[in-house]
Design a protein around this ligand. Structure first.
Ligand SMILES: *[C@@H]1O[C@H](CO)[C@@H](O)[C@H](O)[C@H]1NC(C)=O
Length: 198
């Protein structure tokens, strides 16, 4: 058991991070679909959209290596775990990595679902601030708790649990324009998505 754990979080960390990102996104999307069908459908169970689940898993898989290398780079740049270092890491996470994550998430998910680049850009404009605000509400406190209260051996479990909940939100926002419109008071501009060049 310990040997397997060591390999998963040692030599095969890239694979572990990639697969777990895919699985967490899949679980997040299943939960988001469940919530959507309960909120919206008056009829009995809609059933799961397997194609969408598959697509979101691919998006999750593609985010895995990105996160793996970004955090590796961050550990080289800022070694140690002093309070200062932890705050610097949280700052880099929020100001640099989160925007990259949101942009790649919306473009990869959008393009995969057959949207044009123009439509993805319109969607990004429409949803960026909603997602980025939620990101600020969730991740700095989460990471603070992670580094200060959670025992090192439970960190992965803890982060995965929060990530899964956060992915429910991401998948929900990705597939529900109306909620963003309610939150921001701005409807998604139709002209942005109609002049697509796909
Ligand atoms: C999933 O991806 C495929 C391939 O790009 C696309 O044709 C399909 O519309 C997508 N389905 C959903 C539900 O997003």
């Amino acid at each position: 058991m310990r040997r397997v754990w060591k390999l998963l979080f040692g030599r095969y960390l890239l694979v572990t991070n990639t697969v777990s990102s895919g699985v967490l996104m899949l679980v997040g999307d299943v939960a988001a679909q469940e919530i959507e069908s309960r909120l919206e459908s008056k009829s009995t169970s809609l059933g799961l959209d397997w194609q969408r689940m598959f697509n979101m898993t691919l998006v999750g898989l593609s985010q895995g290596p990105l996160h793996h290398y970004l955090y590796k780079w961050m550990d080289v740049l800022l070694p140690g775990a002093s309070v200062r270092t932890v705050f610097k890491k949280i700052a880099i996470d929020q100001f640099a990595i989160s925007p990259i994550f949101i942009v790649t998430y919306l473009y990869s998910a959008g393009l995969l679902e057959g949207a044009s680049v123009t439509e993805c850009t319109a969607e990004l404009r429409h949803k960026y601030w909603t997602i980025y605000t939620a990101d600020w509400l969730v991740w700095p406190p989460t990471q603070f708790i992670n580094f200060y209260l959670i025992s090192p051996k439970y960190r992965v479990l803890y982060i995965n649990a929060i990530t899964m909940l956060y992915n429910v939100f991401l998948c929900y926002i990705k597939h529900n324009d109306d909620l963003v419109t309610q939150l921001t008071g701005k409807a998604r501009k139709k002209e942005d998505s109609s002049d697509s060049v796909s």
